[in-house]
Design a protein. Structure first.
Length: 368
């Protein structure tokens, strides 16, 4: 009996040890399984975040505004301006075709490029010029510089300007053009990014300064035999480009039967100051200066919509405005001046957007 008992106890001990060993192995397997599950969940979350951020950065949104003005003649009622700002060499489809198509859907009479077409940190001049080569087929294109253009190397800057001029873009380097259709007209002022904080705008709105600036530009164009492109589109959708040289310096959109858009020797509001004035200026933080000059409408960008937008808070950070910036997106008013700020299309220092879709702005001018 004693031998049997001892043998039984030894057997139980062996069984217990085997069970304990199996338990340790099972526990180890469970631990590895849990690690794999955690890793899979983590990777899934990372993939979802990447896809979400990619969607946030590539989903184009068009915002429509209506600007009504008593000064606007009836012949310009319904005139549409599409604003493209802060592209920063971003890509929307092959050759930016998605962006071009969305612009075309707006049926614009004018496209305004309000700066930072390229990014000084990863410059691709060819992509920028290729983009403007396409949009000049839609309607006349006007351009003002942003800060990133002036951060380029001189050779890159010159290459970009040559490309824009060659494509037929009208570069408004502290200049004024008159936009007319029939008997109606308004003046379009383009501010160079380096001229936003000084008295250039006020000087441009005075007769003498405008006359001198436009005269100098005409002489420069004549001397250098620069080509201004004439872009037409007939009712069948056929695109035709014409070019001419010399001092006439006129950009005319015959496809839309006007408006005739030309750089003049003098652009002046009448004695009562009732001609509508639209300003293209890259940076919005100078609204007080724009308002002081008495302009009616400003189209601006630069703030990237505050990069990250939160409900009830708005933008979080913007260049030259810091955290919780005042001017990031939408409409702002001061002393009779309205400013529309585009959220822009691309990114620069901060590579992602959050709840802040890339934006195309479409402004329709209406007569009150």
């Amino acid at each position: 009996m004693g031998w049997y008992s001892e043998t039984g106890e030894m057997g139980n001990l062996k069984v217990g040890l085997r069970m304990k060993g199996k338990s340790k192995k099972q526990k180890s397997r469970n631990t590895k399984k849990q690690k794999y599950i955690k890793l899979a969940i983590t990777l899934s979350i990372v993939i979802v975040i990447i896809l979400f951020c990619n969607f946030q950065n590539k989903h184009l949104e068009t915002t429509h505004y209506t600007y009504a003005a008593e000064q606007l003649g009836v012949d310009l009622d319904g005139y549409r301006i599409v604003q493209i700002s802060d592209l920063h060499n971003a890509k929307f489809g092959k050759n930016n075709q998605k962006l071009v198509d969305r612009i075309r859907e707006c049926a614009p009479d004018m496209i305004a490029l309000t700066g930072d077409l390229v990014d000084s940190n990863h410059t691709d001049v060819d992509r920028a010029v290729q983009f403007v080569d396409e949009i000049v087929k839609i309607c006349p294109v006007y351009y003002v510089t942003g800060n990133h253009e002036y951060w380029l190397e001189k050779s890159e800057y010159d290459e970009l300007m040559d490309g824009l001029i060659g494509a037929g873009v009208v570069i408004l380097d502290d200049q004024v053009v008159e936009i007319s259709r029939g008997d109606a007209k308004f003046r379009l002022v383009g501010l160079d990014d380096r001229s936003l904080s000084d008295g250039t705008l006020e000087a441009l709105l005075s007769d003498e300064s405008i006359r001198n600036d436009q005269g100098e530009q005409q002489e420069e164009i004549a001397d250098n035999d620069k080509i201004q492109a004439v872009v037409q589109e007939d009712f069948g959708g056929k695109l035709q480009n014409e070019a001419h040289e010399g001092s006439e310096d006129k950009v005319q959109n015959e496809a839309h039967e006007g408006p005739e858009e030309k750089i003049q020797d003098a652009v002046k509001a009448d004695s009562e100051g009732n001609e509508l004035t639209v300003v293209l200026a890259h940076e919005p933080q100078y609204l007080a200066r724009y308002a002081l000059a008495g302009v009616d409408l400003v189209l601006s960008g630069h703030a990237h919509g505050g990069q990250f937008r939160l409900p009830f808070v708005g933008g979080i950070v913007a260049p030259d405005q810091g955290f919780f910036p005042e001017y990031t997106a939408g409409e702002y008013y001061m002393n009779g001046t309205e400013m529309i700020v585009s959220r822009g299309l691309g990114n620069s220092v901060i590579p992602v957007r959050l709840f802040n879709y890339p934006e195309i702005v479409c402004v329709e001018l209406k007569t009150k």
